[in-house]
Design a protein around this ligand. Structure first.
Ligand SMILES: [Zn+2]
Length: 843
């Protein structure tokens, strides 16, 4: 008996060692998957648990969110593949030309499944647990055979902060029995909703820019692997059938025939399962592949098959228009099916998938599809901007260097908008189109993005030289690139001992960060509204003048605070022994105003665009690093505005916050010296209101001229056939294009800028020149359009309009920014406008 018991025990141990007793998510969690939303820490527990039970599953933490939640993946494959992972991984990097040499091991495919990038599309993470379990479960024969030649990486949640915001909320408000009525509280999330991350960014717009820590850490990890397939799991409106690839037009011209074909192969396999179950779906509509910063396009431009899968949102259960109740368990079943079907197709098409992946990169280095063979960024650009560019190239693993050939070339100038002769010099940054990241180079740098149709989901222009404000060129000539990195002038600490004043230039965002730092340290300073010369040196507008006088309270610490801050931000610092200028205004003059550290209130909450608010919040905390007070619109009435110098109104509608009485109080605060920063739709608060100069059109005549359609055009528009209804309003559309603004850089809002600036325009709202204020950034004419999709009427309507302006109201001011320079935090060259508005305009 005893012996039998021992044999039994050994048998039991052996079985459990092989994971036959692997707990399902239901068993592990203690409730049935789909009956409630699982908090992130429990999901991570389950992923750790499965990896600890099975030797063919590994767990990896690749980062942490802003709210300190772990970012994790599990890898599941056959035991042999897991044991051999390092070889598989490096073989793959060799295929992608990111490592020297040729692959020598077995051909193993890599499928990467990313769940829940949008936090409130929350069925995805539940599905991730089921998918992991079914792939890992040792007695699942199908999975086992697929994993013979396939490694699956599962990221259960790309956006844990957003998802926990959603799941904590719904677990609090949902009844014991889910209520399917769409009007029930459990279907209506409070502001800001769970979709975005901590800083309220949409992480599915951030893949290329990597402004958010989740994206940055994930992309670092991604580049150590370079999967062959990447799937991004989403949710859409509750009444929509399931969506899977093939994607919709416009599809970027860089997407290869094979990528299109394999999307189709995978899509047909999903369709087979959906048909078997009688589930509806659609393909080839809505979700296009153009903007390079999505979870489908970015992998696509990196040699993978990138796909978006969209399931109708169920919450726990919801009534659809067809009268059915869609349950969370249904939603899980759908996402689970497409996930598994994807792995199946990867396994079945293993050989071709890997060969095509390899030839993608062979072509990239030897014969890229590229009109422009080389991009040249002049070394004469501001070193701060060049450093930003290098950082951006590095996070995307784009190679660059110096030109080996120094000679004049003919090239398209982004700044001039025409082909010019330019000489390539030693310290220029040169980016060749012949490199592993050839497609990314084209997608990010080409002056015009080709869109097969104009009906797209997102912005249509983003060329890096415009985004960073760089003097750069695109040439059809192939220049050879050598490895050396260009070097720039180091910052100079050109200061005497105990000078009368330190002087710091105002040219880039780095200067604004330096200013924020010394203001926080209690330094008092002035700035110059005019150009001047002192101690033999010339200085521009906005120069920070940090006099010893006024900082006596800091004693000897004064010098060290200023110098340390300059060193910290890599600033050049000059000094002068005298405040008596050679030309311009003396430091005691009214033209050299005292710069009071602004006390800033930023509005958030109902009515405010959560994205717009988040962009401002992120900018203040993570870029400028200057304190703000964030106030809910509901509480604005209780605020003593005298405690603030600047009120920031991100895009939004403030009608319910500012009733007539509240508006009166706000108005009188402005008149007595307050500054308002009104961004995009927030400008409507002041439109046509007494005391403010903001109007759409200066006169009826201007309105007529802007909207002037010929009789033929009117007739053609009226007679649009129903079948072409999608194109009816095309001529007034503006989904995101680049326009050239003329900048008045003598105004404080324009300090540090050239006399022009390329703006990313996401809306077609137009505003007349301010008759009594300052028009700092304007669209002069229809010819100011540079690139991207913009309808003819939209272009015409925007001619002679104000984009950035300052309305002087009593002793105060309203700064209007019709385009948001902080959009997705990637439009680097716009950020100084916001610093100018905060620090200079209201002084
Ligand atoms: Zn989504």
């Amino acid at each position: 008996m005893k012996r039998l018991a021992i044999v039994n025990l050994l048998f039991f141990l052996a079985v459990s060692l092989y994971g036959q007793n692997l707990k399902s998510p239901d068993e592990f969690l203690g409730y049935e998957l789909g009956t409630r939303f699982t908090p992130n820490y429990k999901v991570v527990d389950y992923f750790e648990y499965v990896a600890s039970e099975l030797s063919n599953v590994t767990h990896h933490k690749y980062g942490e969110t802003n709210e300190l939640r772990p970012l994790v993946t599990n890898m599941v494959s056959s035991q042999a593949n897991i044991d051999n992972w390092e070889q598989i991984r490096t073989d793959n990097l060799k295929r992608a030309k990111m490592m020297e040499g040729s692959p020598s091991g077995k051909q193993v495919g890599i499928v990467w499944l990313s769940y829940n990038v949008h936090g409130n599309e929350a069925n995805a993470t539940e599905t991730a647990m089921k998918t992991l379990y079914e792939l890992a479960r040792p007695n699942n024969a199908k999975s086992k055979s697929w994993l013979e030649n396939t490694v699956v990486i599962i990221d259960p949640c790309i956006n844990p902060d957003g998802r926990d915001r959603y799941s904590n909320w719904i677990n609090q408000v949902a009844g014991t029995t889910p209520n399917p009525h769409p009007e029930a509280a459990e279907h209506n999330e409070p502001w800001p909703g769970g979709r975005p991350n901590h800083y309220l960014f949409d992480l599915n717009r951030d893949w290329a820019w990597q402004k958010q820590t989740e994206s940055a850490q994930r992309m670092e990890y991604y580049h150590t692997i370079m999967p062959h397939i990447h799937v991004d799991f989403h949710e859409q409106g509750s009444n929509s059938p399931y969506y899977f690839a093939p994607a919709a037009e416009p599809i970027h011209e860089q997407v290869t025939d094979w990528q299109r074909e394999f999307q189709e192969i995978i899509g047909r396999n999903h369709a087979k399962y959906f048909d078997e179950n009688g589930w509806l779906f659609f393909t080839k509509e809505s979700f296009d592949i153009l903007y390079p910063s999505y979870g489908d396009s970015y992998p696509m431009y990196n040699g993978a098959i990138g796909m978006t899968y969209e399931q109708a949102s169920s919450d726990l259960a919801i009534l659809t228009d067809e009268g059915d109740t869609l349950k969370l368990s249904d939603a899980i079943a759908h996402h689970y099916t497409t996930g598994m079907s994807t792995v199946e197709m990867a396994s079945e098409n293993n050989e071709r998938m890997l060969n095509e992946f390899a030839s993608y990169f062979d072509k990239a280095v030897s014969n890229p599809k590229a009109k422009y063979k080389t991009y040249v960024v002049k070394g004469s650009n501001h070193p701060d901007k060049l450093r930003k560019l290098e950082e951006f190239l590095q996070i995307n693993h784009i190679r660059y260097g110096k030109s080996s050939t120094k000679k004049p070339i003919s090239a398209f100038s982004y700044q001039a908008g025409e082909t010019k002769n330019v000489s390539v010099e030693d310290n220029d940054i040169v980016i060749s189109s012949f490199q592993p990241k050839a497609v990314m180079v084209q997608a990010l740098f080409e002056p015009d993005t080709y869109a097969s149709i104009t009906n797209t989901y997102d912005i249509t222009a983003w060329a890096v030289p415009y985004m960073m404000g760089l003097d750069a060129y695109a040439t059809t000539e192939r220049l050879s690139v050598s490895d050396g990195k260009p070097s720039y002038a180091a910052p100079e600490m050109n200061v005497g001992s105990r000078p009368a004043a330190y002087l710091a230039k105002w040219e880039t965002m780095e200067d604004a960060k330096f200013l924020a730092e010394i203001l926080k340290a209690g330094i008092k300073l002035r700035y110059s509204n005019d150009e001047f010369t002192v101690n033999g040196k010339d200085y521009g507008r906005g120069t920070l003048i940090i006099t010893r006088k006024g900082n006596m309270h800091l004693g000897n610490r004064f010098d060290s605070i200023v110098k340390e801050a300059a060193t910290k931000f890599g600033r050049s610092l000059n000094s002068t022994p005298t405040t008596f200028v050679d030309s311009g205004k003396d430091f005691g003059s009214n033209g050299v105003p005292f710069l009071k550290a602004p006390r800033i209130l930023a509005l958030r909450g109902d009515g405010v665009s959560s994205l717009g608010f988040g962009e401002f919040w992120y900018y203040m905390e993570q870029e400028l690093n200057y304190p703000i007070t964030m106030v809910n619109t509901d509480d604005f009435g209780r605020v003593n505005l005298d405690d603030y110098d600047v009120v920031v109104m991100p895009s939004g509608s403030y009608g319910s916050m500012l009733n007539e009485r509240a508006m009166e109080g706000f108005n009188s605060w402005i008149r007595s010296g307050g500054t308002v920063l009104a961004i995009e739709r927030a400008m409507n608060t002041f439109m046509g209101k007494g005391g403010f100069n903001l109007k759409r059109y200066a006169s009826d005549a201007e309105q007529k001229a802007a909207r002037n359609q010929t009789d033929e055009e009117k007739e053609a528009a009226a007679l649009t056939p129903y079948a072409e209804r999608g194109s009816r309003y095309e001529s007034s559309r503006l989904p995101g294009a680049i326009f050239k603004l003329k900048v008045d850089n003598t105004h404080p809002l324009g300090y540090g800028y050239d006399n022009h600036y390329f703006t990313i325009k996401n809306n077609s709202s137009r505003y007349a020149y301010l008759p009594n204020g300052w028009n700092v950034g304007i669209i002069e004419s229809e010819g100011s359009y540079i690139t991207g999709v913009a309808g003819e009427d939209a272009k015409k309507n925007l001619a002679k309009s104000m984009v950035f302006g300052v309305d002087n109201v009593g002793r105060g001011a309203v700064v209007y920014l019709a385009d948001n320079p902080l959009f997705r935090a990637f439009w680097e060259n716009g950020k100084l406008f916001v610093a100018n508005a905060l620090f200079f305009v209201g002084q």
